[in-house]
Write a protein that binds this ligand. Structure first.
Ligand SMILES: NC(=O)c1ccc[n+]([C@@H]2O[C@H](COP(=O)([O-])OP(=O)(O)OC[C@H]3O[C@@H](n4cnc5c(N)ncnc54)[C@H](OP(=O)(O)O)[C@@H]3O)[C@@H](O)[C@H]2O)c1
Length: 334
């Protein structure tokens, strides 16, 4: 496992981030702890969770593991705030009140007195951006949070936030967490180059498109019953969201390359994200130790430029305006 700087910061994170949304959803406490142990044994130091995953179970299970292993200082723990935690009018969003309440709850569940990377889980268009940014800055100054990040922001929203933080001398977002995989490539249009220019780390969620890029789903065949699609328990991974000709074409090429290289489709799909310019780490998911073991095999080797080009071509989506116009007239710098 290699380590990379998170954007322009001095923080080094493993090139794979372990997503813990399965902790308490498919993986019980013992299975989750076993996966966390194996990830660390393989050199991983970076974990991502959220205050809302499985009603807090994900944070609680990660927290019980941290306490038992006593390895907190060796690890980089990222969590998030935004989505509803209750029915009250203030139990959601990025207001100062909700952020301050939720950070304390996350700290308690995680059995820690600081969070390495505290992320807003989604842009909140009903709270003034400066209210959110000032609240986050106060958490950094209070020592409860080391770095701040954002997830699910447009490039414009992220840039506006960075400028505002710089203008006020506040801690700025040093990391963004967008969806990015062979099946979701709009992240490349603007966000990835912008983050490279600004020194912002990029950690990509659902790099296996929730399991679609593992090769376990087939055209005109029922999904495995123990899979996300088979169980039907997450709307954004259901066939109506993911299934189309582009998906199947991409999976066909993924399977071909996997076979040629003696790797699994999941390892090829993760390797593709891992080496895309601007990416700090894919945040992969695993429900079982076997899946985790397989996914760890995406490191230590690299797809050739020709293989990357074949995957790029199979998964390409047409550039919309104005990106297509700009691309046509931009002069290439050597
Ligand atoms: N910021 C956000 O809005 C956001 C949104 C989503 C996720 N995330 C973060 O990203 C992390 C990863 O998301 P994700 O779980 O959707 O990622 P993913 O890596 O795209 O999908 C993981 C899922 O695919 C299946 N899988 C994984 N490895 C496999 C293998 N080798 N063989 C067969 N199946 C395999 C498993 O599901 P089954 O076995 O159940 O089919 C597993 O739970 C989350 O834990 C979370 O930290 C963030």
């Amino acid at each position: 496992m290699e380590y990379r700087f998170m954007g322009r910061t001095g923080l080094k994170v493993s090139e794979l981030c372990m997503g813990t949304q399965t902790f308490g959803w498919g993986a019980d406490e013992a299975a989750s702890h076993a996966m966390a142990d194996r990830f660390v044994e393989a050199g991983g130091n970076f974990f991502d969770t959220s205050n809302i995953y499985n009603e807090g179970q994900s944070e609680t299970i990660l927290g019980s593991w941290l306490k038992r292993r006593g390895n907190r200082s060796q690890l980089v723990i990222a969590t998030k705030v935004f989505f509803p935690t209750g029915k009250g009018p203030n139990d959601t969003g990025l207001s100062r009140k909700h952020i301050f309440e939720q950070v304390e709850i996350s700290l308690r569940r995680l059995n820690t007195d600081y969070i390495d990377l505290y992320q807003t889980h989604c842009f909140d268009s009903s709270t003034p951006l400066d209210e959110t940014l000032q609240a986050l800055n106060d958490l950094v100054r209070a020592g409860k949070v080391r770095y701040i990040g954002a997830s699910n922001y447009t490039p414009g929203q992220l840039m506006k936030a960075i400028m505002l933080s710089q203008q006020h001398g506040w801690a700025r977002f040093d990391c963004i967490q967008p969806e990015y995989s062979l099946l979701v490539r709009s992240t490349e249009w603007e966000l990835l180059p912008m983050c490279q220019e600004e020194g912002i780390g990029v950690i990509a969620w659902s790099p296996l498109a929730g399991g679609w890029l593992t090769g376990k789903y087939h055209r005109n065949a029922p999904p495995p019953p123990d899979s996300r699609v088979g169980r039907g328990d997450r709307w954004d991974d259901l066939p109506e969201q993911r299934e189309n000709e582009l998906t199947w074409r991409t999976i066909d090429v993924l399977r071909e390359i996997a076979q040629e290289r003696g790797k699994t489709p999941a390892q090829v799909a993760l390797n593709w994200v891992l080496h895309k310019p601007g990416v700090t780490a894919p945040i992969f998911g695993a429900r079982t130790l076997d899946q985790l073991e397989q996914n760890l095999g995406c490191t230590g080797w690299q797809l050739t430029p020709e293989e990357v080009a074949r995957l790029d071509e199979a998964s390409a989506i047409p550039l919309p305006s104005p990106y297509n116009f700009i691309a046509r007239y931009t002069r290439r710098r050597s």
